[in-house]
Design a protein around this ligand. Structure first.
Ligand code: SAM
Length: 286
């Protein structure tokens, strides 16, 4: 019997048939809202020239739309039971070699090696991410030498806010700058908890990252992020005090001098600086 994987009853029946239940520890919240599903597909806009990496296909809610449009889909799922369900459901596409389903942990797999056979295709990531690993997955994807043309992902609303925050706001921080170093961000849509089964405890958002061909600033990356982490590690302190506490200056006077040289007030806090101002400060301190 074919189950409708976009309804709570269909999901429950399919899981029960396989002796499975949603696993909270792996962030298994299945998407049941077709409009949100369409918005994700529309934002990612996969076509036959694309090789799509899907993280956490679950029962295949997104996978259907992706295989119907993309040239190739590599779907990585941690749960063995779900991988078996997917392999059965999508046997035709797997046979046709338009879809590969791989059981494993996206944080441990060698993604560049897995995508190497499709190196001539444009690469995209699409995922309804398991929330317990949102930040490490995003940072890993952005650091990979793979030049994804876009990364369209469902994440917690709070994380989406932090990733796309403006300087001076409470959500602005080292995550905002880590993302800004690699990509531009666009919030595609907000998603209520009712769009999932079972319901998560938080609201969500779909965000589209477009990796840059080169970082927006050309300074020593390690020092830049040392400064950024120092600034936000103690965000209530002035930047001079935060940097001094992190051992980034010989004395507070020299740090104040560096700020003045960058046309910044000496009592400024780190949260007021954008990535270009942090880069200027990095040069002044290097
Ligand atoms: N894509 C499906 C949907 O939209 O209905 C399921 C999304 S659910 C939020 C997250 C999925 O990621 C689950 O299927 C879960 O088993 C899987 N997952 C959890 N941790 C993972 C990991 N480390 N690597 C790969 N997949 C993982």
């Amino acid at each position: 019997m074919k189950h409708d994987i976009l309804t709570p009853s269909g999901i429950r029946a399919l899981l029960a048939q396989q002796g499975l239940a949603p696993r909270k520890k792996w962030g298994q919240h299945f998407l049941i809202d077709t409009q949100i599903l369409q918005k994700i597909i529309l934002a990612a806009a996969p076509d036959e020239t694309d090789c799509v990496l899907e993280i956490g296909p679950g029962l295949g809610a997104l996978t259907h739309g992706l295989v119907a449009r993309a040239g190739h889909v590599l779907a990585v799922e941690l749960d063995k039971g779900l991988t078996e369900v997917l392999t059965h459901q999508f046997r035709e596409q797997i046979q046709a070699k338009t879809l590969e389903i791989l059981q494993g942990d996206v944080l441990k797999l060698d993604i560049p090696a897995l995508l190497a056979p499709h190196r001539h295709m444009r690469r995209k990531v699409v995922a309804n991410l398991p929330y317990y690993i949102t930040t490490p997955v995003i940072l890993r994807l952005l650091e990979l030498p793979l030049a994804f043309s876009s990364i369209t992902i469902m994440i917690q609303k709070e994380v989406a806010r932090r990733m796309s925050a403006a300087p001076g706001t409470k959500d602005y921080g080292s995550l905002t700058l880590a993302v800004a170093y690699h990509a531009t961000t666009e919030v595609v849509t907000q998603v209520p908890a009712s769009a999932f089964m079972p319901r998560p405890e938080v609201d969500s958002a779909v965000i589209c990252l477009r990796p840059l061909s080169a970082p927006p600033v050309a300074v020593d990356k390690a020092l830049l992020f040392k400064i950024i982490h120092a600034a936000f590690g103690q965000r209530r302190k002035t930047l001079v005090n935060a940097l001094f506490a992190a051992g980034l200056g010989e004395n507070k006077e020299s740090l104040a001098h560096a700020l003045t040289a960058c046309a910044l007030r000496t009592d400024i806090r780190g949260e007021a600086l954008d990535i270009f101002q942090f880069a200027r400060l990095t040069e002044a301190l290097s």
